[in-house]
Ligand binder design. Structure first.
Ligand SMILES: Cc1cc2nc3c(=O)[nH]c(=O)nc-3n(C[C@H](O)[C@H](O)[C@H](O)COP(=O)(O)OP(=O)(O)OC[C@H]3O[C@@H](n4cnc5c(N)ncnc54)[C@H](O)[C@@H]3O)c2cc1C
Length: 395
């Protein structure tokens, strides 16, 4: 198992550093956009130009084929400089579904444009009534004359206002019918690529916070027509297609959090070495300041290993349940790590921790989000207790 120390992965790190150096001059402009919740196209363009968007796409479809571990390292490294881009992650999620489950036609239609950055993709799973229980979603797609007609509503969809497509999870067999026929509840889900400019789609921004420079939206589908070839995998069998996307999402969310924890740590350590309030000793000499920072460093190293291992498991195509367990571990641990890291960095900086320009108080929202989304830590504990420990389902 190669945990991120090969020459190829070193190149990814250097690429991220180059992106940071290119963007450094535009720091003020970017920061203002983030504060206005505006998509930072400059970051997207740099990530695309560096080839990072196509790392899980095979070369015959315009990617580099370097894999999810490379993508995770890219996300982590960019986050170390405070550079995030949620649509980067969400587009990789859609790529993953197409690479692993898409038809040849779909691969040719979407992958080259996703690798080049021409196509951005949001992810449409959550519905207001179903919440965490995805099996209860009501958005449905009915097949008709080589098309699907889609009706329903998704909520909290990150970047729907700037994306070109949405990776949509819909029911092709309603939940009620699945229950009546005694079929497993995971039956009847299907995954589609839907053009967000299609007739019948209405996008409304929500007042959420948590992902820098991005909005969340409701997306309403009213008799939206989607070509049948945009179905990924088989009708009614979309559950594993979906997890081929959700696992990388959790892994990359973890990678971003590990990177951001380093961003916080660097800021805190730099400040703790300089700031003097009692005599000539810097505050970093006090154990009350230095022990928590050392603690963050230790937790960070162990979390990083789990993130890398889960990305490696995905690249090795280990059994889906194994990848899911590792992806869940990565998401769970990284959410706890990042929240702690931001908290300790803010504490170290005192009042300065609340200055927006130090970017820590802004990160507080993102760090907190990770305990709730993309999947909540409670659900990860539920799944681990039931499927890994074999304990009775608690709900
Ligand atoms: C900023 C932001 C960005 C998002 N981006 C996207 C996106 O791009 N695409 C998308 O599809 N979704 C997105 N989401 C939605 C997100 O994934 C959901 O909010 C999240 O999964 C929780 O669903 P819910 O809000 O309906 O909570 P609910 O399901 O109502 O849960 C409420 C609380 O109860 C807990 N809970 C529920 N059931 C159980 C149980 N059985 N045992 C223990 N605890 C339980 C949950 O953990 C949670 O803490 C985003 C959300 C936010 C806030």
């Amino acid at each position: 198992m190669n945990f991120g120390d090969s020459q190829e992965l070193q190149m990814v790190r250097e690429t991220a550093e180059k992106i940071y150096k290119k963007l450094e001059g535009k720091r003020h402009e970017i920061f203002q956009k983030i504060k206005r919740n505006e998509f930072v196209q400059e970051i997207w363009d740099e990530i695309a130009e560096a080839g990072l968007l196509g790392a899980i796409i095979p070369p015959q479809y315009g990617g580099t084929g370097m894999g999810l571990l490379s993508t995770a390292i890219a996300v982590e490294e960019l986050a170390k400089y405070g550079i995030g881009n949620a649509l980067f992650v969400l587009t990789v999620v859609a790529e993953s579904c197409i690479v692993r489950n898409g038809s040849e036609e779909l691969k040719k239609k979407f992958l080259p444009d996703m690798a080049s950055g021409k196509v951005k993709c949001a992810l449409g799973v959550t519905e207001a009534d179903a919440g965490t229980n995805t099996f209860r979603i009501k958005t449905h797609a009915i097949g008709k004359n080589g098309r699907y007609i889609i009706n329903g509503e998704k909520t909290y969809i990150t970047g729907a206002d700037v994306a070109d497509y949405i990776l949509l999870i819909a029911r092709t067999t309603p939940y009620s019918e699945v229950a009546k026929k005694g079929l497993p509840k995971m039956f009847g889900l299907s995954v589609f690529m839907v053009d967000l400019k299609s007739k019948g789609i209405k996008i409304t921004k929500l007042g959420t916070r948590g992902i820098e420079g991005m909005n969340q939206c409701t997306v309403v589908f009213e008799d939206v027509e989607v070509p049948a070839e945009n179905l990924i995998g088989q009708e009614d069998q979309g559950v594993w297609v979906m997890f081929n996307g959700l696992n990388p999402e959790r892994i990359l969310a973890g990678a971003g959090a590990v990177g951001l924890s380093e961003f916080c740590l660097r800021k805190a350590v730099e400040y703790a070495k300089e700031r003097k309030v009692f005599g000539e000793k810097p505050i970093g000499a006090y154990q009350a300041i230095q022990h928590p920072l050392a603690d963050v460093k230790i937790r960070q190293e162990s979390t990083r290993l789990v993130v890398y291992k889960s990305a490696w498991a995905y690249d090795m195509e280990l059994p889906p349940q194994e990848i899911m367990f590792l992806a869940n571990c990565a998401k769970y641990l990284s959410a706890e790590l990042l929240l702690y890291a931001v908290d300790r960095a803010i504490q170290t900086l005192g009042g300065a921790g609340f200055m927006e320009d130090n970017f820590l108080i802004i990160l507080w929202d993102s760090a907190r989000l990770l305990k709730t989304a993309p999947v909540s830590n409670e659900m990860i504990l539920n799944l681990t207790a039931e499927h890994i420990l074999g304990l009775p389902r608690s709900y």
